[in-house]
Design a protein around this ligand. Structure first.
Ligand code: DX5
Ligand code: ZN
Length: 216
């Protein structure tokens, strides 16, 4: 199963409803929502009320990526707002098992996110409890950055770890995914591709998502 998750960070917020309907009819599988707090990352974006609004526009799964400190304080609110998947950075969670439990008890699928410099060893002993791993292939905070190449090797090693443990954990990648990079990323074992600027910066969302899907 290979999925495309457009990141609305790069959408035109003056017409968010049209943008979401457009990517949905163009073949998007999930809608990726980037939540930033200005502390963990140097940018501030959206809160639960945007998730609640997006939930009224689409039936696609809402994939909420929390780039915030103390994510446990906000998880119930994001779940109530309509999140289907919630991911938290391991760098923000000294008690990751507890936070993952909270996400799953809130009836959402749970993901652990690793910054580019964070080793996959940090999730070895939680892998069996989570639904997906999100590998950041840029330093989080902004759309439109270039893919960090050694994330490919990281994805291959993570895939190996998942297979060795006999698990079916999904690997998601976020940052610098476009028509040039997606083929190699897919070959490295990635299942879910977040793409912001590559989709919302293109003229024809349908053609772009079609091209991305053909190459993955
Ligand atoms: C970055 C965000 C990404 C971002 C990706 O911190 O987590 O989801 O929107 O943007 P692109 O696809 O433009 O690299
Ligand atoms: Zn993201």
């Amino acid at each position: 199963m290979k999925l495309i998750a457009p990141s609305i960070l790069s959408a035109d917020f003056t017409k968010l409803e049209d943008e979401i309907r457009a990517v949905e009819s163009a073949g998007a599988d999930w809608i990726h929502i980037d939540v930033m707090d200005g502390h963990f990352v140097p940018n501030i974006t959206m809160g639960p009320f945007i998730v609640e609004a997006v939930n009224r526009i689409t039936d696609l799964p809402l994939d909420v990526h929390l780039m915030i400190e103390h994510p446990e304080r906000y998880i119930p609110e994001f779940a109530d707002a309509g999140a289907d998947l919630i991911s938290v950075h391991v760098e923000t969670c000294p008690h990751l098992n507890r936070v993952i439990d909270l996400i799953q008890c809130s009836e959402c699928r749970a993901g652990a996110v690793l910054n580019p410099a964070t080793s996959i060893d940090t999730i070895e002993w939680i892998l069996e409890y989570i639904d997906f791993v999100l590998l950041m292939s840029v330093n989080p905070g902004f759309g439109g950055q270039s893919f960090i190449d050694n994330t490919l090797e990281k994805a291959r090693q993570l895939k190996q770890m998942i297979q060795t443990k006999g698990l079916s954990t999904l690997i998601q990648i976020d940052g610098g995914v476009n028509e040039t990079t997606i083929r190699e990323i897919s070959a490295a074992g990635v299942d879910v591709f977040v793409a912001g600027s590559a989709i919302f910066g293109s003229k024809d969302y349908h053609q772009t998502i079609k091209n991305l899907k053909e190459k993955m």
